[in-house]
Each structure stands twice: as structure tokens, then as C-alpha cells.
Design a protein. Structure first.
Ligand code: HPA
Length: 296
């Protein structure tokens, strides 16, 4: 019934298949966690994965080789899973993601999150490029996501719920972990690169917004707008993972500055910010992983 209404939905078996494939490739035995921390890298932010690969012995798995894994067609997204280390800390990095606007269902967009959960990940860092709405935000800023507004009109959990993956109904009052945000603030301050904070509104895309839509989002309390993240956050919370969200503000949202928006500008600014962004992640990740050490 649900399949007829909504198209094929992610099954626990598909998620397990993908996770088993990855564990085999990485030679991780006995269902041990592959990593406790994972990062999904947004448009133009892939340089962090590059740096991890240069600094540690890492392995790379193209998404198209992983069973059931969706692959992106968007420029600026590399479509590879990277397994590397920051010091002693293993990390799983997703270089690129798929979006709802590519035609994938919300359920498929969140599939990689379910796979990360099956691989033992407890904290996921979701990053994205976003347009700045809040007056306190400038192009080039990094913004910690305090909360989100899901304006995609969609949800990855539509359809029957599999209790092995999470509960039917669950709380979203702290979708973005307060303690992870405090940790990120602390690291950023020590690096003398303080972060901004705000509310992210997730839209469907692929077109950028109209100035009237941006005015509406501002009235609703949004500080930044983008076409990803919210569906992944919902799925991560369903699976009981902690989420840290970081937006790289690549442009003023529509109508808030002169000129028109384009994807090239978005990736160029994200690339410029990527060093600061990398430093931040190199600081944060070992500290998060430290929290799970007793659970090895
Ligand atoms: N709107 C939506 N998505 C975006 C934007 C924007 O202004 N900038 C980067 N991603």
C-alpha cells in the first residue's frame, strides 16, 4: 500500500546491505562501529575531505558502488564516501549528498544517514551552503544551526515505520544538539574565528527564492535558507543521533542585495571559506569522538 502511494521506501534490509558492504570494504570486523562521527560536506566544502585524505591513511568508496546509495549529479558535489582519521579518530566523510530537487524522494535523500547510523555513527555534522537572511549575518560567515524550519513540504519518514530504525513519533525540540553547539563555539573561539548562530529554513529548490519568499521567511524567524539538511536532520534524530549543523553563508538571500544569485558564486565563496571550516572540523571532531571512547 505505502509503496503504491509513495514509491519505494527505504527498508532496514537495504540499509543493512549498504552498511555491510561498507564494513567489508573497510575491513571492519564483528559489527564494530566504523566511526562515531561523520560529516556530510555541502557544496564547495569538500576540501576538508581532501585534507583528511592528505593527512591520514584513508579509503574512498564512490557512492555508485554502494548498494542502494543515491548518487548526485550536481557540480561541486563529489559523490564519495571517505574513511579517514583525524589523529587516532576514525571519521566517515560524505563528499557530496543528494537533494530532494534532483528527483530523489525525501526517504532516499536520508538513506545515507540511516547507513551511517547502522555503521555506528552517533554524531553527524551536517554542513551546507546557505543564503543569509538575518541582519547579523554576512557573506563568508559560518553559522551554527540552532534550529530549523522545514519548508520542503516533505518528510523522509512518511510511510510505515520500522522500529528497528527509530520510533514512530519522536521529539524534535532539540534537533541540533545544544552540547555539540557549545563545543563548536568553544573550539571556534579558541581558533579566534567565532561562529554566528541562527535558524535554517530548508526549502525544496532548485530555483532560488523570490524576494517575497525571503521576506516571509524572515518574518517567520529564519536566518539562513538552503536546499538541504532538514530531511537529513529529521532522519538522524529518528535514529537517535546527535546533530551539529553548520551553514556556510555564500550569499545574501534574494532581494537582500543587488544582483542575481547563481551556483558558481555559491561554490566560489564556500571554497574561500573552506580553510576556516576545515580548521574548525579538525578541532571539533576529536573532542566529539572523545565522548564515545568508553563505548568502543
Ligand atoms: N537559497 C537557497 N539555497 C542556497 C542559497 C540561497 O540563497 N545559497 C546557497 N544555497
Amino acid at each position: 500500500m505505502a509503496e503504491q502511494l509513495l514509491g519505494k521506501t527505504t527498508s532496514f534490509e537495504q540499509v543493512s546491505n549498504a552498511a555491510d558492504f561498507i564494513r567489508n570494504r573497510l575491513k571492519i570486523k564483528d559489527n564494530a562501529p566504523a566511526a562515531r562521527v561523520s560529516v556530510i560536506l555541502g557544496s564547495g566544502l569538500g576540501a576538508f575531505a581532501q585534507e583528511v585524505m592528505e593527512k591520514s591513511k584513508s579509503q574512498l568508496i564512490p557512492y555508485h558502488e554502494i548498494p542502494h546509495f543515491p548518487t548526485s549529479s550536481i557540480e561541486g558535489h563529489n559523490s564519495c564516501l571517505v574513511y579517514g582519521f583525524i589523529g587516532e579518530t576514525p571519521v566517515l566523510l560524505m563528499q557530496g549528498r543528494v537533494h530532494r530537487y534532483e528527483g530523489y524522494s525525501a526517504n532516499k535523500v536520508a538513506f545515507p544517514i540511516c547507513v551511517l547510523q547502522a555503521l555506528g555513527v552517533k554524531s553527524v555534522i551536517l554542513t551546507n551552503a546557505a543564503g543569509a537572511i538575518g541582519d547579523h549575518l554576512d557573506v563568508g560567515d559560518l553559522m551554527l544551526i540552532k534550529d530549523h524550519i522545514n519548508m520542503t513540504g516533505d518528510n523522509p519518514l512518511l510511510g510505515p515505520n520500522d522500529l528497528r530504525m527509530g520510533p514512530r513519533f519522536f521529539d524534535m525540540s532539540e534537533a541540533y544538539s545544544k552540547s555539540l553547539r557549545e563545543l563548536a563555539e568553544k573550539v571556534a573561539t579558541s581558533q579566534k574565528a567565532p561562529l554566528k548562530e541562527g535558524i535554517y529554513v530548508g526549502v525544496l529548490g532548485p530555483c532560488y527564492e523570490t524576494p517575497a519568499e525571503i521576506r516571509m521567511f524572515k518574518t517567520m524567524g529564519a536566518d539562513a535558507v538552503g536546499m538541504s539538511t532538514v530531511l537529513e536532520t529529521i532522519s538522524a534524530r529518528h535514529g537517535g543521533m546527535d546533530v551539529l549543523g553548520i551553514s556556510c553563508l555564500t550569499n545574501k538571500a534574494a532581494g537582500l542585495s543587488q544582483g542575481s544569485l547563481n551556483h558558481q558564486e555559491v561554490t566560489e565563496i564556500a571554497t574561500k571559506v573552506s580553510k576556516r571550516f576545515s580548521n574548525l572540523l579538525f578541532g571539533i571532531i576529536p573532542e566529539i569522538a572523545h565522548r564515545y571512547e568508553h563505548q568502543k
